[in-house]
Ligand binder design. Structure first.
Ligand code: FAD
Length: 457
């Protein structure tokens, strides 16, 4: 039909609907329809697609791994550039560098790196694409020690709004690189390759997990929150309030992964093993030898494909009793047995001059609603987004730049970084060719539709 190496699917053409639905991993698909979807075969297609859209007055959105919880790439009208077949990995082991294309998934990348004695802090779920993950900041396995994954981005190849392809580094394009590291869906170009620094593999990974009864919830959560400043950065600890098979009431689970290096070993887990409530554990696994594959599989089991998801979250540094008091409605209100509250103890990280990535804190408090039946959308979305508003007085902002902006607007940047990003957008994309954060007006969730109708949730 056109001069593309890949396929251009206009609305209504065979394959269009499959591509539209396939662009979103979440089973809750947006009711939005791009005018056309370009299944890009390479850089040349991305450049041609950007120019094709600009010449027709169409705006451009992008999809890499399709894991945006809200299906950010699928917009009404315009051109969706689908990068899902661009998944090449090139490793330069002696120099601890790798180049990855945007649809590369963490499991495959780490399997290839492992063969070279290397590792990368890719996302916890095995199938998250590096494209959206790296642009959004990227909290991966061992990011407490290795930093948000965007700090390991040294350069990108990117197609700009005029269709030119640039190789950008901190030396050649410092502003562009600053935006790459954390703007997420607010980025104003299409990345076709990420040039990454990769890291030495761990000596071993040890995993511990404990399940505690309902009555201990607040005590367990408070202890983890107050303890995280004292534990090693190489120990990734989180808690979940969730249902456990065979237990009637929601339980509280602590999981911890120790990423052991020559400098730090299994003793990292000792603070957890001395927790005052440990004898009450209903189930426990201690210092079990593990692997990234093992951790990916556990994460995948928590958020399997084929479910409907509404995910949101806030950062906080407030005293834990205030957090617990504010979070009571979310903590008490799990909408079903598959949903869970993630109490992720990142511990806080300094921001950097060369990254717009900014909003974060000691704790990420994140409701994950998981369900099957579309008739339950409103109930689950209300829990994930609306109930979370109770935490506003203790919150520092949102984490994932594409988790929620439609249903609880927040792009996950501090005010100063957000203002600078808009200034750069004006320079790099003055005609607003690229779509940025999804707005509440564009959201097609049951919650958004209800709000637009003026009804309370
Ligand atoms: C099950 C699951 C688990 C997750 N776990 C984690 C986790 O552990 N840590 C974490 O940090 N995040 C996690 N996330 C969030 C995830 O990192 C983001 O949703 C991320 O945007 C997904 O990237 P993607 O390429 O797969 O998504 P996509 O939906 O393809 O992309 C999301 C948006 O990012 C932008 N984008 C993507 N690629 C490009 C590109 N090449 N050029 C320009 N813009 C682009 C576009 O605006 C696009 O709409 C998880 C998400 C899911 C669904």
């Amino acid at each position: 039909m056109t001069g593309f190496d890949g396929r251009l699917l206009t609305r209504g053409a065979p394959g269009y609907e499959e591509a539209r639905l396939g662009a979103v991993w979440n089973e809750r698909k947006p009711d939005r329809h791009p005018d056309a979807i370009l299944l890009a075969a390479g850089d040349r297609d991305v450049q041609a697609g950007v120019r094709w859209a600009a010449a027709r007055g169409l705006r451009v959105s992008v999809r890499s791994g399709g894991h945006s919880w809200i299906g950010n790439g699928v917009r009404d009208g315009g051109l969706l550039i689908d990068l899902s077949t661009l998944d090449e990995v090139v490793i330069d082991a002696p120099n601890r560098r790798a180049t990855v294309r945007p649809a590369v998934q963490g499991t495959r990348f780490n399997a290839l790196l492992a063969a070279e004695g290397l590792v990368f802090p890719s996302g916890h779920c095995p199938s998250v694409g590096v494209g959206g993950f790296l642009l959004g900041g990227g909290y991966g396995w061992n990011s407490r020690a290795l930093g948000p994954a965007c700090f390991s981005v040294e350069g990108v190849d990117a197609v700009l709004a005029d269709g030119t392809l640039v190789h950008a580094t901190d030396e050649t394009h410092p502003d562009l690189m600053w935006a790459v590291r954390g703007s997420g869906p607010g980025f104003f170009a299409v990345v076709t390759r990420f040039h990454l620094r990769v890291h030495p593999a761990y000596e071993q990974i040890l995993r511990s997990a404990y399940v505690f009864p309902y009555e201990l919830r607040d005590e367990v959560l408070a202890w983890t929150y107050d303890t995280v400043p004292e534990i090693s950065d190489s120990l990734e600890m989180s808690a979940k309030v969730a249902f456990t098979p065979g237990v009637e009431q929601p339980t509280t689970m602590i999981t911890a992964a120790a990423f052991c290096t020559p400098g730090e070993g299994p003793e990292m887990l000792e603070p957890l093993e001395k927790a005052p409530f440990l004898r009450h554990a209903l189930r426990r696994v201690e210092r079990r030898p593990s692997s990234l594959d093992d951790l990916y599989a556990l994460s995948d089991g928590l958020t399997p494909k084929g479910r409907r998801y509404a995910v949101d979250g806030v950062w906080t540094d407030a005293p834990v009793q205030r957090v617990l008091a504010a979070g009571r409605g979310v903590l008490d209100g799990l909408p079903n047995r598959e949903s869970f509250l993630l109490w992720m103890l990142w511990g806080g990280q300094p921001t950097r001059e060369n990254a717009c990535w900014s909003t974060q804190g000691r704790l990420y408090f994140s409701p994950n609603a998981v369900w099957h039946d579309p008739a339950d959308d409103l109930l689950n979305e209300t829990w994930a987004h609306e109930a979370l508003r109770d935490l506003d007085p203790v919150a520092r902002g949102a984490q994932f730049a594409d988790a929620n902006p439609a249903d609880r607007p927040d792009h996950g940047l501090d005010a100063e970084q957000a203002a600078r990003l808009e200034g750069l957008r004006e320079r790099y994309d003055p005609d607003r060719l690229f779509r940025a954060y999804l707005s509440p007006e564009e959201s097609t969730t049951a919650l958004a539709v209800r709000r637009r109708a003026g009804k309370p949730a």
